[in-house]
Design a protein around this ligand. Structure first.
Ligand code: NAP
Length: 256
């Protein structure tokens, strides 16, 4: 099976790296012939001379372009192969409208941890996708992380919780790093301490099945330092601020 990628930026490149562990053949077409050639060399895959040539040669067309450029790219193409889209906020119905087809369309929402083959990826399909094609699509998403089959109505929430949250988690790590710097640690030292702690805390939560509140209780001694810091975080509205950011992300995705 040949998988053709139109648009090969950060996300498509990460997905291709995962796919290179499989037997799938990969073909790409980026924003220009030169870019396609160069990226094909870097990624060790084949490239097509045009998007239309890619469509003709591929069995599945993966759209790796930004949502903003989808309408202009799709309006010039005749797509007659199943489509897999990763575009944030673009629904299956909208994709069918833009491609002017009744084709099988699969929608995924990966995150940038695909670069480490650790993406949390949501997947859904329209009514034209056979069970067999859907299984193949899940096989593809499993190559770069864990796949969650969810209803399309939940995609905007998933996008906020898994697609955008790496940026919010990075901001939290940056804030803790700055706090270390303020108190005399080098930025590198503080950064490494925080990253290791975030990683181990996630592993701790996942491995023993305890809830975040259980862990908070275990770390907070009566009258101790952690409870003092926790109360200060809530004084400055930490939980409300995080939930508000997720609300805003979902709202933005709904209006893309
Ligand atoms: N990055 C994430 O964390 C993330 C998470 C979830 C979903 N996504 C989705 O993944 C998709 C790609 O995002 P990204 O972050 O990988 O973006 P990106 O790095 O900007 O990649 C987009 C690629 O599309 C190319 N492109 C632009 N116009 C094109 C055209 N007319 N024909 C073919 N290729 C064209 C760009 O080339 P130029 O550089 O030359 O313009 C670039 O290589 C988006 O739909 C996004 O919503 C991304």
């Amino acid at each position: 099976m040949t998988i053709g990628f139109i648009g090969v930026g950060k996300m498509a490149s990460a997905i291709i790296a995962g796919l290179k562990k499989t037997e799938f053949k990969i073909l790409i077409s980026d924003s220009s012939f030169e870019k396609s050639k160069k990226k094909a060399e870097t990624l060790g895959v084949s490239f097509a001379a045009s998007h239309q040539e890619l469509i003709e040669k591929a069995d599945l067309v993966v759209l790796g372009i930004k949502p903003q450029v989808l309408p202009s790219v799709l309006q010039d193409l005749n797509i007659n192969k199943p489509i897999l889209s990763m575009a944030a906020g673009v629904s299956l119905d909208r994709l069918a409208e833009l491609s002017r087809t009744e084709l099988p369309i699969i929608r995924i929402m990966p995150n940038l941890n695909a670069q480490l083959f650790q993406s949390c990826t949501a997947i859904c399909r329209n009514d034209n996708v056979s069970d067999q094609l859907f299984e193949t699509a899940k096989q593809i998403t499993d190559t770069f992380g864990t796949t969650f089959e969810i209803a399309e109505k939940d995609f905007d929430t998933f996008t906020a919780l898994a697609g955008s949250s790496p940026a919010y988690i990075a901001l939290f790590i940056e804030a803790l790093t700055k706090a270390g710097l303020k108190h005399g640690f080098s930025k590198d030292l503080a950064f490494n301490i925080i990253c290791q702690t975030v990683l181990a805390t996630s592993q701790n939560l996942l491995s023993n099945g305890s809830s975040p509140n259980d862990l908070i209780d275990r770390v907070s001694s009566p009258g101790g330092t952690t409870i003092a810091g926790l109360l200060d975080l809530e004084k400055t509205g930490f939980t409300a601020s995080v939930v508000s950011a997720i609300d805003t992300t979902i709202e933005k995705a709904k209006n893309m």
